[in-house]
Structure formats: structure tokens, C-alpha cells
Design a protein around this ligand. Structure first.
Ligand SMILES: NC(=O)c1ccc[n+]([C@@H]2O[C@H](COP(=O)([O-])OP(=O)(O)OC[C@H]3O[C@@H](n4cnc5c(N)ncnc54)[C@H](O)[C@@H]3O)[C@@H](O)[C@H]2O)c1
Length: 625
């Protein structure tokens, strides 16, 4: 059975160019609903909307969508007619490559009508593109500048774009797949990501029914239920408590023993979904004491990971009789704040979570930090485990029991050391991770190499993250070495009284850069911090110029910005002053003696400030940008 991919999202996000790129990649036809309306009405949309108004336009949009869907359905049922049918609709399709699939770019408001969504879901999934408000505003501005005839926005009288986005968010969230678009990403890169997700779900979900049930709202991701910004996918089954023990499938012995850090295991697996379910059931069962009911489980994920993996995991656990709930929160660093901790705890309280119930972080570093922090304070502490789904979380943040949220005055200022019961690392999750996030995660692995392993540095420097998924198992040893180094350092000094501070390499300034520029990902800010540290270590600690160049080249080779100078100003120093690693007037700054050898250098804050200023005026060691 064929499928049509519908691309939706707010105005200006780039639906048409992404859909076009996707159609080129998949070699399937592309339809643009707005263009089809213009063609039918023989006028540009701006004039049409101006003359007849938005409600008339929305009606035409629905009619044209219906015609298009009927056409595509007829094509599905009668492949031989396709040539004639298609040529009446759009003239630019090369019939030789025509398959029974298509990409359709929708107008921003087309998904607002539920009847439209139902119609589309009979043919395929609706992808929802989304981006930061700054990005959307910037792109809209560019669109109007380049094309004054671009159609206007359906803004309220206040002309408030934020309001429009806020109103539409629940509808976009209700689409089948949520695709975050990042600053600087080309339509081709976004399309590649969609293709990756699409292919991934087609291959792993071979037990899917061929056609979705259009009334079931979505068919491969479970959309979070929208009763508030914080949503919960699966309502608790209030009827009866199932005994988890009776549902346990026999456990297979793992071929490779897990890495142990203190008293908790770190499993390194590859596409081992069934084993993961066994692991969770074993864990929950082991926490059931005599005459106690089976524990409930809350899976904490951000909105994207909830859609990609959370619904599926929770559904599978429920089928084993486990009272599992998916609790999701908005994507990104903004969720690492006390307000969110309170909202998540409220969800747990409403679900009657007790001290014997368990939490599971499924997601990147933000989910791990947030879930771990909630676990550490909810009813004075409940059990938790982690399934990191970004490279950064797999090689770094999931190891070492640090949990935290941010304070308006600085990053990770409120937190606790709180060990998980176990950590499950599976490279399978990385297949859907955007390249930009892979690169940001790679930076933390590079940091580990710089601290203690020159050979690992070489491996990472030549690693192509673009290609690593075409070569099976090429990423696994990279993850393994990174987490071994981290685990080794943490094992010596879990509470960061001494040597663990080595792991702050690149982070002292990195955190301040991250706060200064919200568009930077954590790993990207750390890359700038490492670039600074390399130059600092050259001037003040004698790190060889050649090694500075190697470090900066390695970062630049992975498209990471290394020009830290533009971030240096008084405001940055104020942020630095709140850095939690500072004790009294001293700062513990991590420097490099060589690639593979780092040092913790206590330095007076004022002296450090003077050195940073001096260095920012000094000539650049290897100016690549
Ligand atoms: N606790 C620690 O020791 C420690 C160490 C380093 C970093 N951190 C923290 O980690 C955070 C950064 O972590 P991060 O970069 O993982 O951020 P993140 O959790 O925000 O994830 C990055 C993005 O990737 C998406 N994503 C996650 N998994 C995905 C998947 N498998 N497929 C597709 N998309 C996926 C997320 O939705 C998000 O948009 C920062 O807050 C940082 O302070 C903590």
C-alpha cells in the first residue's frame, strides 16, 4: 500500500522547500497545496485572500485538498491511470520515476480543521515542522522581503505572531511526527531527517497494519495527550493492579557483562528493544517487596522523544500489565527549571505515585537531568533509571549521577548527586538524531579524549558522523570508549571533591556562552569553551601550537564554531561569577598540558578575567573561520 507524506507547520518555517527536497530525495512527486489553489483560481494567493477573505480561502483549501486526496486514492487503486490523472493536476512530474507515493506541502492553517486531518490520515502521516519563534520571525521577514506578493498571515488585530503560534501549537503537536527545524539547517538537511525517521519507522514497525485507522488520530507515534502543556499519554488503568511478576518473560543472559559504576550497571546494547523491556520488568519486579502492589512507572521524555519512542515503549510495557505512564514536557533547555519540576511532580502526585514507584528518563541530557532531579526530591527520593537517546547523553550526561536544573542566574545551579538504578545505552536511538545534535554530542566525547586518551582523540577527529550509520557498528566503539573514560573518572571521585572536576574541561566558559546565546546547543557552547581552553593553555601552560591547531581543526572539521572571542564582554564575566565551580574568589579552571593530559588549575577570578581579556586581544592561533 502506498503512502503520501504531508508536510505541515507554521507560516515561514519552510514547508515548501523541505517538501520539495524530500520529493527529490525519495524520487516521488511533490504537490504544493497553495500553488494548486493559485493555479485553479488563476491568481496569486495574496490577491485572492485580500479580495475574498480568509474563510473563503480556507474553504478553497479544504476543497482542493479533498480533490488532491481523491486523486491520490484513485491512483492507489488504479495504477494504470496515473499518467492521465496526474497530468491534469500538475504538469512537471517525470512519469518514469512515478511511484504510488507523493509529498504534499500544506498551507500553515490547513491542519486546523479536524476533517482535513482525518482526510489526510487516510493516505499517510502528517509531519509537523516547528522552530523557535526567533527562527520563524526571521524567515517570515526574509520571505516578505524577497517576495512582497507572499500571502499575508492570518494574524489577529494585535498582529501578534506569538499568539498565532501559541494557538496553533496544540494542533501541530497533534500531527503524527514532530520535526524541530534548527537555525542554519538547509531544507535538504531537514528532508534527510524526515526520510531517516520515515525509513526507520517503516523498517522497525513491520508489524504495523498496512493502513492507519484514520479515526485513531495517529498511527506510528503516539501523540501526547493535550490537557495542558505538560501532557500524559496514557491514563492510569484504575481498574485492577496487575502482578508484574506473573507477566515476566524469561530473561536471557546478556552476552557481554554490563559496565558497573559504583553499584549500578551501564548496559551497552545495539537495537535491543526486547531486552530493554525484560530489563524494565526485571527492575520493577525486584522492587516489589512482599505483599506490596506492583510499582507504577513514569517515563519522562521531551515532546519529540515522547513521540519518537516514548509512546511505543509505554505501550509495550502496558501490554505486559505494567502501570506505565508517559509524562512529556517541552523540548529543550528551557524545561530545566524549577517551574517544570513542580509541574512534573504535580503529575506524579495526581497519579498517586508513592515512594515505591519508579521513574525512567528516556531522552537526551535535558530529560536525564530533569527526571533525575525530580527523582531525587519527590517524596525525598524514588528509584530511577536512564535510557539516554542522544550521543551527548550516551557518552556523558547519563553517567555519573549528576542531576540539575538551571537558575535564572546560571546553569545547573540547583541539583543533586543521585544515582540511577541502571543506565541503558542503545545506538539504535541515534539513527533519528539530527546531525547537529550528533555533532554536539561528539564534543563531549572529544572532551574525554582531551582529558585522557590521545588515541581516542585521533579516532574522533577522523570520524565522519554523516557516514557512521552507513557502516554498521562504527559508532558503538566510540560510545563505549567515551563512557569508559567518564565512568573511570567518576568512579574515583563521584561527588566532585577533586579529580572529577577535570570533566569541566571547556565548560567554565562553555556554560557562560550557552547562557549568552540561546541558539547554541550545549555541545556547541562546550566546543567554543574547548577552543578557548586550547589557546589559553598555549599561552599560559605551554600547550604546543601544533596541538592547539589539531584541536581547533578537529572541531572545525565537524562544523563547530571555534571563534570564542566574539562572546567576551562584561556580561559574560558576571555570568562566570555565578559559576558553581567557583569557591570564594577562586575558579577551578581546567587546562591542557597536552592532548590526553588535563589539569585542574585553581585561579583567582580577577586574574582569570584579566587573562581572558588579554587573550581575546592576542593573535588567534589558527584562524580558520
Ligand atoms: N548531568 C550531567 O552530567 C550532564 C553532562 C553533560 C551535559 N548535561 C546536560 O545535558 C543537556 C544537553 O543534552 P542534549 O544535547 O542531549 O539535549 P536534549 O536533551 O535537549 O536533546 C537534544 C535534542 O535532541 C532531541 N532528541 C533526543 N533524542 C533523540 C532521538 N533519538 N532522535 C531524535 N531527536 C532526539 C531532543 O528532543 C532535543 O530536541 C544540557 O542541559 C546539559 O547541561 C548534563
Amino acid at each position: 500500500m502506498s503512502t503520501v507524506l504531508f508536510i505541515s507547520g507554521p507560516p515561514g518555517i519552510g514547508k515548501t522547500s523541505v517538501a520539495e527536497a524530500l520529493s527529490e530525495q525519495l524520487k516521488i512527486p511533490f504537490f504544493d497545496l497553495d500553488q494548486l489553489i493559485e493555479k485553479e483560481k488563476d491568481t496569486v494567493l495574496s490577491a485572492y485572500i485580500q479580495n475574498l477573505g480568509w474563510s473563503e480561502f480556507r474553504q478553497s483549501e479544504s476543497n482542493r485538498l479533498q480533490e488532491l486526496c481523491q486523486l491520490l486514492t484513485r491512483l492507489q487503486s488504479n495504477a494504470t491511470q496515473k499518467q492521465t490523472l496526474v497530468s491534469g493536476f500538475a504538469d512537471n512530474h517525470d512519469q518514469t520515476y512515478y511511484k504510488l507515493e507523493a509529498v504534499v506541502s500544506l498551507g500553515g492553517g490547513c491542519v486546523l480543521k479536524e476533517s482535513n486531518r482525518l482526510l489526510m490520515r487516510e493516505l499517510g502521516p502528517i509531519f509537523s515542522l516547528w522552530g523557535s519563534q526567533a527562527l520563524i520571525k526571521q524567515r517570515l521577514h526574509r520571505r516578505v522581503k524577497h517576495n512582497p506578493q507572499a500571502h499575508p498571515l492570518p494574524l489577529s488585530s494585535s498582529g501578534d505572531l506569538n499568539q498565532l503560534l501559541l494557538e496553533r501549537l496544540p494542533v501541530y503537536l497533534d500531527c503524527d511526527a514532530w520535526i524541530e527545524v534548527y537555525e542554519g539547517e538547509s531544507p535538504k538537511q531537514v528532508a534527510q531527517r524526515i526520510q531517516k525517521i520515515w525509513t526507520h519507522h517503516q523498517t522497525v514497525k513491520n508489524d504495523l497494519p498496512e493502513m492507519p485507522d484514520p479515526s485513531s488520530k495517529s498511527f506510528w507515534y503516539s501523540p501526547p495527550h493535550q490537557d495542558s502543556f505538560f501532557s500524559q499519554n496514557f491514563k492510569p488503568n484504575s481498574s485492577e493492579q496487575t502482578d508484574v511478576k506473573s507477566a515476566i518473560p524469561p530473561l536471557e543472559k546478556s552476552d557481554t557483562p554490563p559496565l558497573m559504576l559504583h553499584d549500578y550497571p551501564i548496559y551497552l546494547e545495539s537495537s535491543a528493544q526486547d531486552k530493554l523491556i525484560d530489563q524494565i520488568i526485571k527492575w520493577l519486579t525486584s522492587s516489589v517487596s512482599h505483599n506490596q502492589k506492583a510499582p507504577q512507572l513514569a517515563v519522562f521524555s521531551d515532546d519529540i522523544v515522547a513521540r519518537l519512542y516514548g509512546g511505543e515503549l509505554v505501550g509495550a510495557l502496558q501490554s505486559f500489565g505494567i502501570q506505565a505512564h508517559l509524562i512529556s514536557f517541552p523540548v529543550g533547555e528551557q524545561s530545566k527549571q524549577l517551574r517544570v519540576v513542580e509541574a512534573l511532580s504535580t503529575q506524579l502526585l495526581k497519579l498517586n505515585f508513592t515512594r515505591s514507584d519508579c521513574l525512567l528518563a528516556l531522552g537526551g541530557g535535558v530529560s536525564g537531568d530533569l527526571c533525575g532531579f525530580v527523582a531525587s526530591i519527590y517524596l525525598r527520593g524514588v528509584s530511577w533509571a536512564q535510557i539516554p537517546s542522544t550521543l551527548l547523553a550516551q557518552v556523558d550526561s547519563s553517567i555519573g549521577a549528576k542531576t540539575a536544573v538551571n537558575h535564572p542566574l546560571g546553569k545547573n545551579l540547583l541539583g543533586a548527586f543521585y544515582r540511577p538504578d541502571w543506565v541503558w545505552i542503545d545506538d539504535h536511538y541515534l539513527k533519528t538524531l539530527p546531525l547537529r545534535h550528533l555533532k554536539a554530542g561528539w564534543v563531549e566525547a572529544l572532551k574525554h579524549a582531551l582529558i585522557s586518551d590521545p588515541k581516542y582523540f585521533e579516532v574522533l577527529s577522523t570520524l565522519s558522523l554523516e557516514d557512521c550509520f552507513n557502516e554498521p557498528n562504527s559508532i558503538t566503539p566510540v560510545i563505549e570508549r567515551g563512557l569508559q573514560i567518564k565512568a573511570h573518572i567518576v568512579a574515583q571521585d563521584e561527588l566532585e571533591k577533586g579529580s572529577r572536576a577535570l570533566l569541566n574541561l571547556g565548560h567554565t566558559l562553555g556554560h557562560a556562552f550557552e547562557k549568552a546565546d540561546p541558539n547554541l546547543l550545549h555541545g556547541e557552547a562546550v566546543a567554543l569553551g574547548i577552543s578557548f581552553t586550547a589557546e589559553y593553555s598555549h599561552y599560559y601552560n605551554g600547550l604546543g601550537q601544533e596541538q592547539v591547531q589539531q584541536i581547533k581543526l578537529s572541531l572545525a572539521h565537524h562544523d563547530l564554531a571555534i571563534d570564542w572571542r566574539k562572546y567576551i564582554n562584561e556580561k559574560l564575566f558576571k555570568r562566570l561569577a555565578f559559576d558553581k565551580k567557583r569557591s570564594g574568589s577562586q575558579l577551578n579552571f581546567v587546562t591542557l598540558d597536552a592532548i590526553g593530559k588535563a589539569n585542574i588549575e585553581p585561579i583567582d577570578f580577577e586574574l582569570f578575567k584579566a587573562r581572558v581579556n588579554e587573550l581575546s586581544q592576542a593573535s588567534v592561533v589558527l584562524d580558520i573561520q
